[in-house]
Design a protein around this ligand. Structure first.
Ligand SMILES: C[S@@+](CC[C@H](N)C(=O)[O-])C[C@H]1O[C@@H](n2cnc3c(N)ncnc32)[C@H](O)[C@@H]1O
Length: 370
């Protein structure tokens, strides 16, 4: 069934939060985090936009599988210039959105198979965020349908689950690399997001590109899920596979992170060396072990060369880990000059921490010096 629901709603400031019983259907952690989840999602998407691309007055954007509007809550400002369309199979979520969002938004229900109730070549941008990740059959028909409604040259931002989600929830990475496409929990309840689909980057490049050429993959670029940037039109050049976040080697009770700001990226394409030189800065991060205070932190650059590490105090980390009383001493910094000393090229820097209990945790980050 396809019901269009268009009606003037309330201003964003007057918008009530969505009903809590709809939140598990989009995998939200709850009412307390719903808005923050949307804000982070929007921020990550902005990082992945191809250089030069911007939403402009008169454009139309479709959020396929919009759920109860986690992203739409963040697009109220944009809806003054850009028509924001959202669709989903969940009638209750669509009815709620239609009743509460303003005139810059349009919402409609779609069936479990194409077509969508939208004209061909209608949208400059199509999003499918955490949607194809729950559709085990018929991915090709849906991709073809998204291509149909995109304008020539239109942009698609489509998320998928690759290695990190697979390893955390299903099995070893080699299984996914070998199979390419894996479905887990085919019988899962839709109240809890339904089946889970996982794809390797290579599978996406080969199969999605046959319908909509993949320009880039941001591996785990949405934090947990990966994002494929596709265009309607002939393929241009070799797709880029970029990994904007550090590789984290998690150990229970021993956390670590690199604040990935050495290039203060406005955009991950740029940060990955695709377009222009950006001025590098120091590399900051932290480690917290809940067993014992940190004993040492070491950083190794190319060829096992040791880089200087300064310890710093991190009240923000202490705030996030109030149960660990030594968390304030978690910070480390690798100075800018030490990074520049690696010389031009791509380098992998490994930062290893040990605690007084003898446990070890490491982070690995790619550093590009031009
Ligand atoms: C995990 S939620 C993501 C919702 C939203 N994109 C977000 O990021 O907040 C998955 C959504 O996909 C919807 N969905 C699943 N299959 C669909 C289909 N064939 N067509 C449209 N929506 C679908 C579900 O109803 C659900 O709202």
């Amino acid at each position: 069934m396809n019901i269009h629901a268009e009606r003037p709603g309330l201003a964003s400031s007057g918008m009530p939060p969505p009903p809590v019983h709809l939140l598990p259907r989009i995998g939200s952690s709850g009412a307390g985090t719903f808005l923050e989840e949307g804000r982070l999602l929007k921020q990550a998407l902005a990082h992945c936009l191809p250089p030069g691309f911007a939403l402009e007055r008169g454009m139309r954007l479709l959020d396929f599988g919009c759920g109860v509007g986690r992203l739409e809550f963040q697009l109220v400002e944009e809806s003054r210039d850009v028509e924001i369309w959202g669709c989903d199979i969940d009638e209750e979520s669509i009815a709620w959105l239609a009743a509460h969002f303003g005139p810059g938004f349009r919402f409609f229900c779609n069936g479990s198979r194409p077509p969508l109730d939208a004209p061909p070549a209608h949208f400059e941008v199509v999003l499918a965020l955490s949607v194809l990740t729950h559709i085990p059959d018929g991915w090709c028909a849906w991709l073809e349908e998204l291509r149909r409604v995109l304008k020539p040259g239109g942009l698609g931002l489509l998320s998928f689950q690759s290695v990190i989600p697979f390893v955390k929830t299903v099995g070893p990475a080699t299984t996914l690399h070998r199979a390419g496409f894996v479905v887990d929990g085919a019988e899962n309840d839709w109240e809890a997001c339904g089946p889970q689909v996982y794809q390797s980057n290579d599978w996406i490049l080969e199969n999605w590109s046959s319908v909509l050429p993949v320009q880039a993959i941001f591996a785990e670029g949405l934090g947990f899920q990966s994002l494929a940037v596709v265009r309607k039109g002939p393929a241009t050049g070799k797709p880029a596979v970029l990994q904007p976040f550090v590789h984290v080697h998690p150990q229970n009770g021993f956390h670590g992170w690199v604040d990935y700001d050495p290039w203060k990226p406005r955009n991950w394409w740029l940060e990955s060396g695709w377009c222009e030189r950006l001025e590098p800065g120091p590399l900051h991060g932290w480690f917290v072990s809940d067993c014992a205070p940190l004993r040492s932190v070491h950083a190794l650059g190319a060829g096992g060369r040791e880089l200087p590490v300064t310890h710093t105090s991190r009240p923000d980390v202490a705030g996030a880990h109030p149960e660990v009383r030594w968390a304030v001493d978690a910070g480390f910094t690798i100075p800018r000059d030490a990074l520049l000393g690696l010389g031009s090229g791509k380098h992998v820097v490994t930062i290893t921490a040990a605690d007084w209990d003898g446990r070890v945790h490491w982070l690995r980050v790619q550093v590009t010096i031009r």
